[in-house]
Ligand binder design. Sequence first.
Ligand code: XBP
Ligand code: MG
Length: 256
Amino acid sequence: MAALKALLFDVDGTLADTERDGHRVAFNAAFQGAGLPWRWDEALYGELLAVAGGKERIHYFIAHYSGAADLHGADLDAAVKALHRHKTDHYLALLKRGGVALRPGVARLVRSAREAGLRLAIATTTTTANVIELLENCLAPGASSWFEVIAAGDDVSAKKPDPAIYRYALERLALPPTTCIALEDSDNGLKAALGAGLTTLVTVTDYTRQQDFSGAALVVDQLGEPQMPCTVLQGESYGHAYVDLALLQRLVSGSP
Ligand code: XBP
Ligand code: MG
């Protein structure tokens, strides 16, 4: 039985429900600041989330929602990079204002993994600065140092669902995927983790609940707490009322 050695966490949607009231709001603030008439409402943003990566998402929007004319012939790549920098500034300010909270069970699971001597890593599409601010602001001051590897954003050129970010994190951990587990929220993230050979647990969000999670070891509504059991949506939780290290070990070892 492969002993669990490391937890690889996705960020957006997994550590915190950041998309609808966080990133989406920041994108719209950047568009407004640039004098652009673009406003991503909750429904449109749900569609645009199919594209991982903020810069890639803006490019996709321009290509598919005829936004190019609003840029009046500006250099497209430079314009998107500038918009994304401003969006990130707005998102960081939102995090600093306390606009985002960790999802249930995240702090508990991270702390118990540390106490058990398990290694922690991040594998995310979002920008490194966003990860550090979220960990420092929402988990604990200094918490970003608890994660041995923070694999994020442009560390890899191919974003999720490509497995590159997970392969990069595993390489830096120098661990085989059989001793690790990935925690994700979306189909893109699941595909990326499975592509890197990782057992994967999914905690859904309102945006991802209806997605296809074939191949996930377990799909739940949230990690849960001792006083707030999670709901199993797919797979087997072996009698565990919430996600803890013992359950993650069973999922990795695959033994019933
Ligand atoms: C989700 C993403 C990110 C965020 C926006 O990342 O796809 O692009 O939506 O962040 P995760 P950026 O892999 O953590 O679920 O604008 O910094 O890309
Ligand atoms: Mg995610």
